[in-house]
Design a protein around this ligand. Structure first.
Ligand code: PLP
Ligand code: COI
Length: 354
């Protein structure tokens, strides 16, 4: 399929690197294509980033049939543009698509479309460590219909955004709050898919956490409210003694690509790592006995985010000394140097763009 390109008349300007936050500095163009049952995915195009016209009855507004991805492009010191594990994100998009009755996309085609879009927008990719171009592919249901069923028409978009750190404090340890009353996802549900409703379901508890000064919610399993699952926008790791522990993928946790990368690196370095159930009781015990050395989150937007405090009911656990711990820093260093092209891509995670 040929991609039609319509360019903007007047290019926008990228904010200075030091002014970049997360999720507001959109680039000039976006990629769009449409789906209908008779034509499949069709009419791929790159066009100016602009508001979209949809029927107020479009199904996405009412029943949330929507999926998305989050990945990043980086600029190397040689000014090359590269993607980190991008195919894994489109694989996950297709898994989410199957889970939400949305038609899958052709990964080779969307990779090419993304590269074409990135070539056009390469000036929007900042270079300072900690900044990058965040890529948000998403698919929404567009049938103007109020009955509950899967849509027959969809739109796929890729929008881009120059970003800095996800948390305003950058690498400074974040504070997280364990929700006892709300759950994010249930076994057999859609927790492992990157679908809009999971984030909508997290907002109420997120507001409660914020009011108490916590950045995000740490979710527990829905059945027993006992085992740690993940954080609002990242997976979670605990360093207990010298072992790295992360919750196993139960179906209600997002299978994070950064999570897989951390596990792969740990195995490569000979660091003991286990994916298993970990209860809050175990975390409390490990903390009380001084064996809980570090806690950190992993995610595309969050990169590696040290956790300095966990609030669980009336217990407040302080972890570390207020600075990022050595294990979190080692993963941060290793991942970012591959992502920014300052270290060799020993894991074959990098996809060059230009
Ligand atoms: N968990 C949730 C709920 C997320 O939204 C994200 C972000 O994508 C992650 C985990 C981390 O996933 P990844 O490392 O693929 O970005
Ligand atoms: C990402 O890390 O890409 C995410 O999707 C997190 C996001 C919800 C901000």
């Amino acid at each position: 399929m040929e991609i039609a390109v319509t360019r903007v008349g007047q290019a926008g300007t990228r904010p200075k690197d030091e002014d970049l936050g997360f999720g507001t500095a959109f680039t000039d163009h976006m990629f769009v294509m449409d789906y209908s049952t008779d034509k499949g995915w069709h009419d791929p195009r790159i066009e100016p980033f602009a508001p979209v016209t949809l029927s107020p009855a479009a199904m996405v507004f009412h029943y949330g049939q929507a999926i998305f991805e989050g990945l990043k492009a980086y600029k190397t010191p040689e000014k090359k543009v590269q993607l980190f594990r991008a195919r894994d994100n489109f694989d996950r998009l297709n898994r989410s698509a199957r889970g939400l009755c949305i038609p899958e996309v052709d990964i080779d085609f969307v990779m090419d479309a993304l590269k074409q879009l990135l070539k056009l927008e390469k000036d929007w990719i900042p270079e300072t460590l900690g900044t990058s171009l965040y890529i948000r592919p998403f698919i929404i249901a567009t049938d103007p219909f109020l009955g509950v069923r899967s849509s027959f028409t969809f739109k796929f978009f890729i929008i881009l955004c120059s970003v800095g750190a996800y948390y305003a404090g950058g690498l400074a340890p974040v504070k997280i709050w364990v929700s006892k009353d709300h759950v994010r996802a249930v076994p057999g549900g859609v927790g492992e898919f990157k679908t809009a409703g999971n984030y909508a379901a997290s907002l109420n508890a997120g507001e409660i956490a914020k009011k108490q000064g916590y950045a995000q919610v740490l979710w527990l399993d829905a059945l027993e409210r006992k085992y740690v699952e993940e954080v609002g926008a990242m997976n979670i790791f605990f360093v207990i003694d010298d072992e790295l522990v992360t919750p196993n993928l139960t179906g209600s946790i997002l299978p994070g690509i950064t999570r897989f990368s951390v596990i792969d690196l740990a195995k490569k370095w000979g660091m003991p790592v286990s994916e298993r159930k970990i209860s809050m009781d175990e975390v409390l015990d490990a903390h009380a006995s001084g064996r809980l050395k570090e806690v950190f989150g992993s995610g595309t937007a969050a990169v590696i985010s040290p956790v300095g405090e966990i609030c669980y009911g009336d217990r407040v656990l302080h972890i570390g000394d207020g600075n990022p711990g050595p294990v979190a820093m080692k993963f941060y260093q290793a991942l970012t140097s591959i992502q920014y092209g300052t270290a060799k891509d020993t894991e074959n995670w990098i996809e060059p763009v230009v």
